[in-house]
Design a protein around this ligand. Sequence first.
Ligand SMILES: C[S@@+](CC[C@H](N)C(=O)[O-])C[C@H]1O[C@@H](n2cnc3c(N)ncnc32)[C@H](O)[C@@H]1O
Length: 191
Amino acid sequence: MFSSRLDLAERYADILATDGVVRGLIGPREVPRIWDRHIMNSAVVVPRIPAGATVADIGTGAGLPGLVWAIARPDLTVTLVEPLLRRTTFLEEAVTSLGLDNVRVLRSRAEDVHETFDVVTARAVAALDKLGRWCMPLVSPGGVLLALKGRSAADEIEAATPTLRRLGATSIVVATYENGDVPTTVVEVTK
Ligand SMILES: C[S@@+](CC[C@H](N)C(=O)[O-])C[C@H]1O[C@@H](n2cnc3c(N)ncnc32)[C@H](O)[C@@H]1O
């Protein structure tokens, strides 16, 4: 049994560094940077998530950011959406190993999901214009798309704004967090 959420996060980092590397989900060169570049980069957004929210992480890969959010916040119900079987198998085993009961793994492409969620997120999946087309239909009215972006965020927002507005965005706010060794830029699109 794990005594705290931090223990759980450390166990997840171990799984990424071992099984994740063996199965090709994480490059060996990323191992020393798993905590700062991946876990913290995902975790900085956690305070932005409303209590008790349903969450979908589109193109979650090895579980980033959705598995980190589910570990940090047992009040959330998190659906990890990922099309590749190799990755969903890894995710199912990780969820079982961590004993998480607030996570569902859904093997699907974003375009084939027909549910809505309070919060939809994606990290390193597609440019914001394409991401908006995939994700905005999955955001409940009053919900939010939290897109985790790198330094290209400003250019992507300009290109994506007409699409996001057409798909129901009522506000688009950008915040940059300096935690970890790479800043996380979050584009928060409210529907
Ligand atoms: C670069 S990885 C990023 C993984 C993870 N979000 C992260 O930050 O490490 C992109 C992921 O998006 C997934 N993906 C690609 N096309 C997708 C689609 N149409 N719908 C959902 N996921 C998709 C890929 O299988 C891959 O796991």
